[in-house]
Design a protein around this ligand. Structure first.
Ligand code: NAD
Length: 352
């Protein structure tokens, strides 16, 4: 039966686990009732926050008042903990990357189907404003038909000095940030992927990738470059989009940027040669002001609680999941293909 308030326990009360706690405070029909973490200090913090600190995972799972288990541990234990929670009759929200390979996700989904519980991955960057603006641009043909998109996140701080540097925990930037950017990319087109090429970087001499660049070609002709870097003292734009009628750029999460399109009202003006370096060029001259229209990036807002509200509606059977497991699975297959392409240093031709 539907409840007016659902009880949720956070397993793994680190950076992200505590952030979930803050976000859930804004959802009246959901409350964090407890926390379980293997580190005493994290449990103390949870206690100070007024959450019940469970002494073991078994104690969480045998508590009949717990409706939902939210898993925010390092990546290597997501599968085991998710399956335990589903088998104990709990609904599960699991952090990204849900698993380290695609077959592990299928194993979890099978248990969710057997038990009838809801299992959803927290792909929260589906609600990032910059991404929603780009998706809207694709749909509304704001720059005509998009034939190329570039999506990047770049920092200069290296990989955080925790489990993210270790392979056994599912570390590395492809699994960490790559999973977000690739998830967003696959939502921009209905087309299948045709080919994938990639390079991983290990500039910092870690056992996992500290960044990567991948080029993906879709069947409908769209090409994409997705790049993550942790040694970039100067960043490239977050998004760069080329369409048949214009170009758009979003510089950063502050949404600075612009959309420049061809002005179809005026006759095309023949470009005048400009001096460029030691030479002259007409080809590389900027388009004339009268033949282009410049617009700022218009914000699109979504409350951050939307993910949890959708999850509760899925439990109650009144909505489809905003993060279908099949889509999450396809992203993991893409990540595997990127690892393979990088390792073999070849273009992988595969339709999926
Ligand atoms: P973290 O290291 O800050 O926290 C992880 C916590 O899990 C630690 O407190 C650790 O003690 C605890 N833990 C480890 N093994 C456990 C176990 N078996 N049972 C219970 N607790 C256990 O890491 P983080 O940055 O919070 O990342 C956690 C997860 O959240 C990762 O999967 C990460 O990819 C994801 N994450 C997602 C986002 C996002 O925006 N969606 C952002 C950051 C992290």
């Amino acid at each position: 039966a539907n409840k007016s308030v659902y009880n949720l326990v956070i397993v793994g009360y680190g950076g992200m686990g505590s952030y979930h706690g803050q976000l859930i405070e804004k959802v009246p029909s959901l409350q964090v009732t407890g926390v379980y973490d293997i580190v005493d200090y994290r449990m103390e913090l949870a206690g100070q926050h007024g959450y019940h600190a469970y002494e073991s995972m078994e104690a969480v799972l045998s508590d009949e008042n717990v409706d939902i288990v939210l898993i925010a541990t390092p990546n290597d234990v997501h599968k085991e903990l998710s399956i335990q929670a589903l088998r104990a009759g709990k609904h599960v929200i699991c952090e990204k990357p849900v698993t380290i390979n695609s077959t592990d996700l299928l194993d979890i989904v099978k248990v969710a189907e057997e038990t009838g519980q809801t299992f959803t991955v927290h792909q929260n960057r589906r609600w990032d404003e910059d991404f929603l603006i780009i998706r809207d641009m694709f749909e509304k043909r704001a720059v005509g038909d998009v034939f190329h998109v570039e999506s990047r996140v770049q920092g200069a701080n290296g990989i955080p000095g925790d489990w993210r540097q270790l392979k056994a925990y599912g570390g590395g930037m492809l699994l960490d940030w790559g999973v977000h950017l690739l998830d967003q990319l696959l939502l921009l087109t209905d087309s299948k992927i045709e080919s994938v090429h990639a390079q991983l970087s290990t500039i910092l001499d870690t056992e996992v990738d500290d960044g990567f660049t991948t080029t993906i070609r879709f069947k409908d002709g769209l090409t994409a470059i997705v790049e993550v870097g942790t040694t970039n003292y100067v960043k490239l734009p977050r998004w760069y989009v080329k369409g048949t009628e214009g170009t758009a750029i979003i510089q950063d999460w502050d949404l600075s940027g612009e959309i420049v399109t061809r002005n179809t009202e005026v006759e095309k003006v023949e470009p005048k040669p400009i001096q460029a370096g030691r030479g002259l060029t007409k080809t590389m001259a900027p388009p004339s002001e009268e033949s282009t229209i410049r617009k700022p990036i218009e914000p699109i807002q979504h409350p951050p609680e939307e993910f949890y509200i959708n999850f509760l509606s899925v439990i109650e059977g009144s909505a489809q999941s905003a993060v279908p497991n099949e889509q999450v699975h396809r992203v993991l297959v893409l990540i595997e293909t990127i690892f393979e392409a990088a390792e073999k240093d070849t273009v992988i031709h595969k339709e999926f």
